[in-house]
Design a binder for this molecule. Structure first.
Ligand code: LIP
Length: 286
């Protein structure tokens, strides 16, 4: 059996996942059109020329919200551009209408629509969809993680010199950027097989889950960047925590995802250059 994307349909049973896929298709039609026809990007904040938004982000988000709200009118929605319902709601949808906005802005076909449904603060299901490549990453809690109809599994090595480590740079160009660069240097000194910066958190998480990268970290992400991808990693046998080993909160946070075998080694290296105090001070001042 194939789904409407022409992919072999994974054996997933979830009403919320079905709605999430419909919503992702609706957003994907908007984003693909703008990607093809061109779009004007705008700066989100005057002092951050690299933090961009466009009509594509906003129209994709409205299309996604329309599908979710029609199916589940009483559910709350936390969406990057326009909806900040309380993260404490019993049923909560978390939406990134274009994750990897800067890739999108520069016509790099490595970005995704990320949609997750949470019940009482715990992930139920998630969809990460690259509409240009027609790549579908689907997951339901307890039912595995599936990439284009094939089951995903993390890598099985505990060696850094056999692993790629992906990372991201938040919009900060101060102490957090310096800490990320210092951690890159430490990883190279630890003989990591390679470092990758792909620019889309949700797809970075999917690459950990599919065994392509051993780990991914970033010192600051928003909930919509990771809400679906963290479940995809966990259902593929991986582990997601903050960069200090704590459970992920549904708010801005640092994040380390790994195949779980590399987690302890990486926590020591990554927290060396960005302490809990650094993290607390950044959140307090931002
Ligand atoms: C982006 C993430 C990326 C991170 C960027 C930004 P956006 O999300 O996918 O990993 O490095 O700072 O947060 O803004 O494109 O939705």
């Amino acid at each position: 059996m194939k789904d409407s994307a022409g992919q072999p349909a994974p054996p997933l049973e979830s009403a919320e996942l079905e709605v999430a896929m419909q919503a992702a298709r609706a957003g994907g039609e908007v984003v693909s059109r703008y990607y093809r026809d061109g779009v004007t990007m705008r700066h989100k904040q005057q002092d951050q020329s690299y933090n961009l938004v466009s009509d594509a982000d906003e129209e994709s988000e409205q299309a996604i919200i329309q599908v979710i709200s029609a199916a589940f009118p009483t559910h709350a929605i936390l969406a990057e551009e326009s909806r900040q319902d309380a993260a404490t709601a019993e049923m909560l949808w978390i939406v990134d209408p274009i994750d990897g906005t800067n890739n999108f802005a520069h016509s790099i076909p490595h970005f995704a629509i990320s949609i997750a449904c949470y019940r009482e603060g715990q992930p139920l299901c998630g969809v990460i969809y690259n509409p240009i490549r027609e790549d579908w990453y689907l997951t339901v809690r307890g039912q595995g993680a599936w990439f284009n109809g094939k089951r995903a599994a993390v890598s099985q090595t505990d060696r850094l010199d056999e692993s790629l480590v992906a990372l991201g740079f938040y919009y900060d160009r101060g102490q957090m950027m310096e800490a990320t660069l210092a951690t890159m240097r430490s990883l190279f000194q630890e003989k990591v097989h390679g470092i990758r910066r792909f620019g889309t958190a949700s797809l970075d998480l999917c690459q950990v889950a599919c065994g392509q990268a051993g780990a991914y970290f970033e010192y600051q992400l928003s909930p919509w960047d990771f809400a679906a991808g963290r479940l995809f990693v966990e259902e593929a046998g991986g582990l997601c925590t903050t960069c200090h080993g704590d459970p992920l909160p549904l708010q801005g946070t640092s994040l380390l995802a790994s195949n779980s075998l590399l987690h302890g080694t990486l926590l020591e290296i990554i927290s060396r250059h960005w302490t809990r105090e650094n993290s607390a001070a950044f959140l307090r001042d931002s």
